[in-house]
Design a binder for this molecule. Sequence first.
Ligand SMILES: [Zn+2]
Length: 245
Amino acid sequence: MVLQTLDLLKMEIPLEEESVVLSEDVKTGLVLVDIINGFCTVGAGNLAPTEPNRQISEMIDESARLATLFCEKKWPVLAFLDSHHPDKLEHPYPPHCITGTDESNLVPALQWLEKEPNVKIRRKDCYDGYMGSFEEDGSNVFVDWVKTNHIQVLLVVGICTDICVLDFVCSTLSAKNRGFLTPLEDVVLYSRGCATFDFPVSVARNTKDAIAHPQELMHHVGLYMAKGRGAKVAREVSLGALKST
Ligand SMILES: [Zn+2]
């Protein structure tokens, strides 16, 4: 058998994933990172997939499943939407998700969230949703959301696993260690609810100033690095037996 690069990588940095059961006894908040047209909908912009992509489709399906579950229970949901001013771009990426365009709006499967009372929408103009939650007066929308809702566990899904999702998880875990996020205890990354983009080395080699970004490999690395910061990585997320009232 010839081992592929991904198999070799998984042997070198194996990732143990767990099954997480959500319970009504532990206050859990769902964070959706950038599940917007500009990153997910075929042909929607400079950073959108150019053809249907299995990892991105599964991420959308699983995120919609969890969002539905959280909204039925009236549990807190926070959605970050990447939204840039046209004069303030994000190096090294080409213009994307400009405020006011459909690129920076939730994908069709999640647009209904905008009308749900338990859902908070936060537009951000940087990779990291934690940094993007700061207001000019120094307050932080994400920190306030965690505290107001007494969130003990964060369940994180979205795109890109190794960029905006990872950056948000890293900042959140550092802030938690500094005592900024009480009562938060755990950050769980749901692997099937995360995705990243595909830019194979064969294409990057022929593209000026581009760096390769093979999808499966970078997705795995993103999850692995989040785990190295203390996040849990879950392969399955389900709802536990409900309390009888
Ligand atoms: Zn951006």
